[in-house]
Design a protein. Structure first.
Length: 257
């Protein structure tokens, strides 16, 4: 093909048809430009295809990670609600001591567990990998990209609040010292312990609890903190559910394209 065009060019020059040669040369340039544009278009298409394949892989990994995070958030929400109920129960026993005796095991375990904190573990490995590699733009849907950034910023945004939760838990643990006997402290080492406590043990423990006014004063702050945590956990759970829907829609779109 190149020899063919070269022969034509030489023939035009030999016959001194300069105007036709210029027209031919211009046409040749146009053909070269078109060829370059086609090559660039094919290259761009190929690069975009590779990016969409990468995007699909990352979105699938996000989906798996998000499902695990949702489970962790639900566990944290459930435990937080349980601890609010336990702390509220302890406050009610102050005015109604018979509650502690009638629900002896629940009362005993409430003293131990009401102040516990369970911050949901939000894994961000996939997001950090994407961000640190500078490939966040692989997520072509801007709304989805913004939702991912907001969702994964929760851990750092809530860091100060989480520190407050941990501080309240430490204070609670310190203030309840002396309420349990030595053997009871050891028994409480396992959260899922099946040991039941008698009404006599509960009554004696209740009396020791009443002698710890600072502990009793701390319980409302525990409830206040956990109510705040409840709102925070509900928020991140709703974000995660919305994100899951966006991920599914985008994955379906990429698969069908």
């Amino acid at each position: 093909m190149i020899k063919f065009f070269r022969r034509i060019r030489q023939q035009l020059l030999t016959e001194n048809k300069f105007s036709k040669y210029l027209l031919y040369a211009f046409g040749e340039i146009i053909l070269v430009v078109i060829g370059i544009l086609i090559a660039l278009s094919i290259n761009n298409w190929n690069e975009q295809r590779k990016e969409r394949i990468q995007e699909k892989r990352f979105l699938k990994r996000f989906e798996v990670e998000l499902n695990t995070n949702l489970e962790n958030i639900l566990i944290a929400i459930s435990l937080n609600k349980s601890r609010i109920h336990r702390a509220d129960f302890l406050l009610r026993t102050i005015d109604k001591p018979q509650l502690a005796v009638d629900s002896s095991s629940y009362f005993m375990k409430s003293i131990e567990h009401a102040g516990y904190t369970n911050i949901p573990l939000i894994s961000d490995n996939v997001f950090e990998e994407l961000k640190s590699s500078g490939n966040l733009s692989l997520i072509s849907n801007e709304a989805l990209r913004a939702a991912l950034q907001k969702y994964y910023s929760w851990t750092s945004y809530e860091g100060q609040y989480n520190f407050l939760q941990q501080d309240i838990q430490l204070n609670y643990s310190h203030l309840k010292q002396g309420i349990f006997t030595t053997s009871q402290v050891i028994d409480m080492g396992d959260y899922y312990i099946t040991k039941n406590y008698s009404a006599v043990e509960a009554k004696e423990t209740f009396e020791r609890m009443l002698k710890k006014p600072k502990f009793l004063e701390h319980i409302p702050y525990v409830i206040q903190n956990k109510l705040g945590a409840e709102k925070s956990y509900d928020d991140i759970y709703n974000q995660a559910k919305t994100l899951k829907i966006l991920l599914k829609v985008e994955l379906d779109k990429l698969i069908n394209d």
